[in-house]
Design a protein around this ligand. Structure first.
Ligand code: C6P
Length: 423
């Protein structure tokens, strides 16, 4: 049977009439009020990191001012309070992802550490010489290099699903790559360089038919789409707190309990043990087995507040609003002569990657910055994507629900100014 692209996107079509008061939302983000080079800031670098609402900033301040203590250790009042706040945030994350159990929610430093944890812990125990691991051509380096390192170590082979000129995975090629040698699949949910929303549910089903576990890199998904790990049936899911309005240095690895139970610890140290003697150490239960050392408690608490805030608005409404913005931004950019959009998949999240004839992406970024418009220029830690499209780099505007159509007009004006300056 030939696999086809059955894109069942969890987002309403552009133009859906959703009541979304962006001016009100923007008031929650103090950083957005500033001027840059004498111009109002237009922050369009949300794929790199999101801005933080006041409630997250206040939560961090209150944590350090009133609750700071170490967790899972002390019997005193403050330690119990910090532990409660820490574990309440874990429960928040469980609800956010609709994980079955809080034991399946592991705090890590970010998406990168989550993937490395799985590659080292699951990979080192289960991957053998000659086994194959499948990734796609549009992975971030975080979902390439850890698997390359594992393959090198184990004598395993990395297989890559090719993509078409729109930046969509070729499902029939994927089907061909899935063989009895395949032992793991690791896929990006939403591409940071192209914006493509991959048909991950279908791709997971295809892998599971061969009894192959799947990890999803959700770094660019969770702030833009509702994610339900049970509905997707992924075996692992990772994301970073700083891209979902939370602090840096904190992230999530979700894993199905039966996988996590069978995996050895990633790091050794305090908190991940039940008992230690020089002869033998007994490891702690989930999720603590994977959380050695003092965690980033403030980060965890801040992430909990960020998730509360996001859910207060609702991921469905955010997704619908951003789809409207993306359609508008696509029209603005498509009207600019000499501009080529890189990433034109049928299902996309709010990423507008582009190149301009005769102008290097870094020069575009510099001119835009002078106009107060913050974008990212470069390879976006996805060098194979650049090679696939035959460009050294792209300029990338990436959207969040606090962006406006007016800001996309400002982006368009700033790009036209760059063209003028370099012509
Ligand atoms: N992408 C971007 O500007 P960390 O660094 O661990 O928080 O996230 C890594 C990561 C993993 N997967 C995807 C799809 C990502 O987009 C990122 C981070 C940023 O696109 C910084 S390179």
């Amino acid at each position: 049977m030939r696999a086809t692209h059955e894109l069942t996107l969890p987002v309403p079509t552009p133009g859906t009439n959703v009541a979304f008061d962006v001016d009100r939302v923007r008031k929650d983000f103090p950083l957005l009020r500033q001027q840059v080079h004498g111009k109002p800031l237009v922050y369009l670098d949300n794929a790199a990191t999101s801005q933080k609402p006041q409630v997250v900033i206040d939560t961090l301040t209150r944590y350090y001012a009133e609750e700071n203590s170490n967790v899972h250790r002390g019997v005193h009042f403050l330690s119990e309070r910090a532990t409660e706040a820490h574990e309440a945030a874990r429960a928040n994350v469980r609800r956010f992802l609709n994980a079955a159990d809080t034991r399946e929610v592991i705090f890590v430093r970010g998406a990168t550490e989550g993937i490395n944890l799985v590659a080292q812990s699951y990979g080192r125990t289960h991957i053998k010489p000659g086994d194959e691991i499948i990734i796609s051509w549009m992975e971030h380096h975080s979902n390439i290099v850890p698997w390359q390192m594992l393959c090198e170590d184990k004598g395993a082979v990395l297989r890559v699903i090719p993509i078409n000129d729109d930046g969509e995975v070729l499902l029939d090629e994927y089907e061909r790559l899935l063989t009895p040698r395949t032992k793991f699949v690791a896929l990006v949910h939403v591409s940071n360089a192209l914006g493509t929303i991959n048909p991950v549910k279908q791709m997971i089903e295809m892998a599971h038919r061969q009894r192959v576990p799947v990890l999803l890199d959700g770094a660019q998904a969770v702030a833009h789409l509702p994610v339900d790990v049970q509905e997707l049936d992924c075996d692992f899911y990772v994301f970073s707190g700083h891209k979902v309005l939370g602090p840096t240095g904190i992230g999530i690895l979700y894993g199905k309990a039966d996988f996590l139970e069978r995996m050895p610890p990633y790091q050794g140290g305090g908190d991940m043990i039940l008992s230690v003697t020089f002869e033998k150490t007994r490891y702690n239960t989930l999720p603590y087995k994977f959380e050695a050392g003092t965690p980033h408690i403030a980060g965890v608490v801040g992430l909990g507040a960020a998730i509360d805030y996001l859910q207060g608005i609702g991921l469905d409404r955010i997704a619908a609003y951003e789809q409207g913005l993306l359609a508008y931004g696509t029209d603005v950019l498509s009207a600019i002569p000499g501009l080529r959009l890189i990433g034109t998949a049928r299902g996309k999240a709010g990423v507008l990657s582009f190149v301009l004839e005769g102008i290097h992406a870094h020069d575009i970024g510099t001119v835009l910055d002078q106009q107060g418009v913050a974008i990212r220029a470069g390879h976006h830690c996805a060098m194979p994507v650049m090679q696939r499209f035959g460009v050294p780099a792209t300029a990338r505007a990436s959207l969040a629900f606090y962006n406006t159509r007016g800001e996309l007009d400002a982006l368009g004006r700033a790009i036209r100014k760059a063209i003028e300056l370099f012509s």
